[in-house]
Design a protein around this ligand. Structure first.
Ligand code: DGL
Length: 265
């Protein structure tokens, strides 16, 4: 059995293109519909109530496009709004927190660091997900708000980014954790700077890669794989030139045009 309906990938902005890139590498035959709510970005500094409201609006817009699966690429939304979205949607919803926590639980020797937006860290979602799998695992979490603008500036391995990473990641360095979850869409872009700040011996867990594995397994199990003519449509709620530039940095190769859309109430 195959299913040609697209997979929707939703994020607060275009950082979720790191998740699209990972899922697409894994499932090149699928059609993808990406929605970045760039007009309301950032979500990571907003209250959980606001994040739930924004996410519900985006999900109902995507449901209107005949999708077969919703991937919530945004860690902030996955941490605060996943139950609400699961209830509202009649297709499977995959967030990034559980796959990321599973990937970390599979490799850690017992001490896991979590980095994310202020909202993701305040939610405690990664710690809960990890303890549900391995109750003995200890977690330490820290918000790294400057990483998002640094990633969007294209300063992925810039000396300033290395300095900021050294300051933010100080609580994790020196063997205090053995695994670090990159709990934000933008952080995989800063991997070299993050790895340099931590030194050898700390495994970096990228939720984007973990979610790609989860989506592939779910589609195969449900017999929902695509028949084989993949493609990507990128929709954003604000299409400033800056956003197109960052999208080009994250998704190099043939440029995909950004479609401007409005999310009805
Ligand atoms: N997409 C968000 C996340 O993964 C980061 C950007 C934002 O704050 O909206 O948490």
């Amino acid at each position: 059995m195959t299913d040609a309906r697209p997979i929707a990938i939703f994020d607060s902005g275009i950082g979720g293109l790191t998740v699209l890139a990972a899922v697409r590498r894994r499932l090149p035959a699928e059609r993808f519909l990406y929605l970045g709510d760039t007009a309301r970005l950032p979500y990571g500094t907003k209250s959980a109530e606001t994040v739930v409201r924004y996410a519900a609006r985006a999900a109902s817009f995507l449901a209107g496009h005949g999708i077969k699966l919703l991937v919530v690429a945004c860690n902030t939304v996955s941490a605060s709004a996943l139950p609400a979205l699961e209830e509202a949607m009649d297709v499977p919803v995959v967030g990034v927190v559980t796959p990321g926590a599973r990937a970390a639980a599979a490799v850690t020797r017992g001490r896991v660091g979590v980095i994310g937006t202020e909202s993701t860290v305040a939610s405690g979602a990664y710690g809960r997900a990890l303890r549900a799998i391995r109750p003995e695992v200890e977690t330490v979490a820290r918000a790294c708000p400057l990483f998002v603008p640094l990633a969007e500036e294209g300063w992925w391995d810039h000396p300033i980014t290395r300095e900021v990473a050294a300051l933010y990641l100080e609580p994790f360095a020196g063997g205090r954790v053995d695994t670090l979850i990159l709990g934000c869409t933008h952080y995989p872009l800063l991997r070299p700077a993050i790895a340099a700040a931590l030194g050898d011996g700390v495994r970096l867990v990228d939720s984007a890669e973990a979610v790609a594995g989860e989506v592939a397994a779910l589609l195969a199990e449900a017999g929902l794989d695509a028949p084989g003519n993949g493609g990507v449509r990128l929709m954003v709620t604000d299409a400033a030139a800056r956003i197109a530039r960052i999208a080009g940095l994250i998704l190099p190769g043939a440029p995909v045009p950004l479609e401007l859309v409005d999310l009805p109430d």
